[in-house]
Design a protein around this ligand. Structure first.
Ligand code: FES
Length: 147
């Protein structure tokens, strides 16, 4: 069986929503200290809906596929749904990632959360910090968190 699903390969070879949003309403940048990979997500939000999302990922194929899929999953959705997006949901939408690559999908969840926090801060919107904590409902075993 192939190590990567067809969806992962498709999103890696043809990533959706690559780029920058000028005048974004929220920008989130996260990095993985161990592998050195970096992911940056830009959000355009109108009337509480994510009308556009773009990303720049300097990282492995799984991180690129995860950011591509994550942006697809949140465009057109209310902020509350983007906030609830887990790395597990990204992995499922990609038809899986190898166990040693699950941490790459965590970057996508965390970058979106950072971008939403930035959106709240910039717009003076009060928020509950709990759902914005890193990897809140992450599917990684504890010891894998900072891999
Ligand atoms: Fe660093 Fe995938 S190996 S994010």
């Amino acid at each position: 069986m192939a190590l990567y699903s067809e969806k992962v390969m498709d999103h890696f070879r043809h990533p959706r929503n690559v780029g920058v949003i000028e005048n974004a309403d929220g920008v989130g940048e996260v990095g993985n200290a161990k592998c050195g990979d970096i992911m940056k997500i830009y959000l355009k939000i109108e009337n509480d809906i994510i009308v556009d999302a773009k990303f720049e990922t300097f990282g492995c194929g799984s991180a690129i596929a995860s950011s591509s899929m994550a942006t697809e999953l949140i465009i057109g959705k209310p902020v509350s749904e983007a906030l609830a997006l887990t790395n597990k949901a990204v992995v499922e939408a990609l038809d899986g990632l190898p166990a040693h690559k699950l941490h790459c999908s965590v970057l996508a969840e965390e970058a979106i959360k950072q971008a939403l926090k930035d959106y709240y801060d910039r717009h003076g919107i009060a928020y509950d910090p709990k759902p914005l904590e890193p990897c809140d409902t992450c599917c990684l075993p504890e010891q894998e968190h900072d891999r």
